[in-house]
Design a protein around this ligand. Structure first.
Ligand SMILES: [Ca+2]
Length: 425
């Protein structure tokens, strides 16, 4: 009996150890480009394997662009609250004196944090902080940082100096050298433009486009990280997440979905702009080879990661994210959220609210769409039938209630469309 108790005691200590977290975020990869979501490119075997060993999210949404997604990911808060509304203009700086990031939260819980690749929430004209100081203020101990988009990835014939390879190597070194528990935020740029051949296809084989070659290379970089986690013997205590920051860019040369060329939806109001892949594995802790059909917001990630680490996001402010941990553990069969709200994203998207079937956009007049035709494009509904009216009013009330709770009657951001205008008096 004594030995059994000892074993149970040791097991309880082991299971109580906070898990490591590896978050990999692709750049401009719409779900329709992934084989796991029905894409035809068939170049994502390692990314798909994460879903086979864990959970694939059927309705995961990021923002329409790079920077608002990063703000939402880091803080769990909507872009109106963090003032990060677009990837250009005066809205791309995350103020560390007013916002608390998942990096801060995990660091306070004893994690060692590293961020690698594209950062893109630091605007030097709005701060006296260097980017290194900004990253540190966001809770990251180590980094290999590119402030924003790359001008060039480098020579694909020279892998040692190919930027995405260098970022990948920095991640592998961090995982080898850093004490546990650790949090890795890995943003390898791929397949964001400039479109390029890669060390796997250095001169272009003719078999794939540059866009597809970049996804193929991304898949190998993901594989390198998973292999490292396995080699370190920590796979059973490491949560691995793979997602993207927004949909495919319109300039991407091809994104084949079930035999059809799909124009990218990045920077638009269409569901193609926000619906992105999200796979998560956490061996022994969450379901395997399954899907989750609940609507999921990129703001939910930080709240869920905090819960996994045994802590929480700040309670002194409104947090938009909701944890989906109980759902992927199988301890709750309810969806963790019913709808997603996005505040104004300046030039590219108006405030909107949606569920898995309908989207309401707060233009004047209001726009109402069916989103179930993804990825072929949202279909505007203007029949004024009973189904439309009920759903339009339902989402409109949600949007108004949300903004009322968040902002009261004070207009925000200088916009005139912060409340829904119904088409009929
Ligand atoms: Ca992006």
């Amino acid at each position: 009996m004594k030995s059994l108790l000892s074993i149970l005691f040791i097991a309880s200590i082991c299971s109580a150890a906070p898990p490591n977290i590896v978050l990999i975020m692709a750049d401009d990869l719409g779900a329709e480009s992934c084989n796991s979501y029905g894409g035809d490119l068939d170049i994502t075997p390692n990314i798909d394997k994460i879903a086979e060993q864990g959970v694939r999210f059927l309705h995961f949404h990021a923002s329409t662009q790079c920077t608002p997604s990063r703000g939402r990911l880091l803080t769990g808060r909507d872009s109106e609250k963090t003032n990060i509304k677009a990837s250009v203009g005066p809205y791309q700086h995350l103020f560390t004196d007013t916002e608390t990031t998942i990096g801060n939260v995990l660091k306070a819980a004893g994690y060692n944090n590293g961020t690698f690749g594209k950062w893109h929430v630091w605007l030097d004209s709005q701060t006296t902080e260097t980017i290194e100081e900004h990253v540190a203020a966001c809770g990251f101990d180590e980094h290999y940082i590119n402030a924003g988009n790359l001008v060039s990835y480098g020579d694909p014939n020279d892998e040692e100096n190919f930027e995405s390879y260098k970022v990948n190597q920095a991640v592998l070194s961090f995982i080898s050298a850093t004490n546990q528990p650790f949090f890795v935020k890995y943003v390898p740029h791929l397949p964001h433009d400039p479109f390029t051949w890669t060390p796997l296809n250095p001169t272009g084989s003719g078999e794939v486009s540059q866009f597809a070659a970049m996804i193929k290379y991304l898949d190998v970089m993901v594989s390198n990280v998973i292999d490292k986690v396995t080699a370190e013997g920590i796979a059973d205590n490491t949560a691995i997440l793979f997602l993207s920051d927004n949909g495919t860019a319109a300039s991407a040369p091809d994104s084949l979905y079930q035999g059809t060329l799909i124009p990218g939806g990045k920077s638009t109001d269409d569901t193609k702009g926000t619906k992105v892949p999200f796979h998560m594995r956490w061996d022994g802790n969450i379901a395997t080879n399954t899907t989750y059909d609940g609507l999921t917001d990129i703001a939910d990630i930080s709240v869920t990661l905090a819960q996994i680490a045994g802590t929480s996001m700040p309670v002194d402010r409104l947090i938009d994210g909701r944890s989906f941990l109980e759902q992927i553990k199988g301890t709750s069969t309810r969806h963790h959220r019913a709808y997603i709200y996005f505040g104004n994203q300046t030039a590219y998207a108006q405030p909107a609210v949606w569920d898995t079937e309908y989207k309401l956009i707060s233009n004047d007049p209001v726009e109402f769409y069916s989103t179930t035709n993804w990825p072929y494009g949202d279909a505007e509904i203007s029949d004024n039938n009973q189904v439309q009216t009920i759903n339009e009013m339902r989402l409109g009330i949600l949007l108004n209630n949300y903004e009322q709770a968040a902002y009261g009657d004070t207009p925000f951001g200088g916009h005139t469309n912060e409340r829904v205008f119904f088409n009929t008096p």
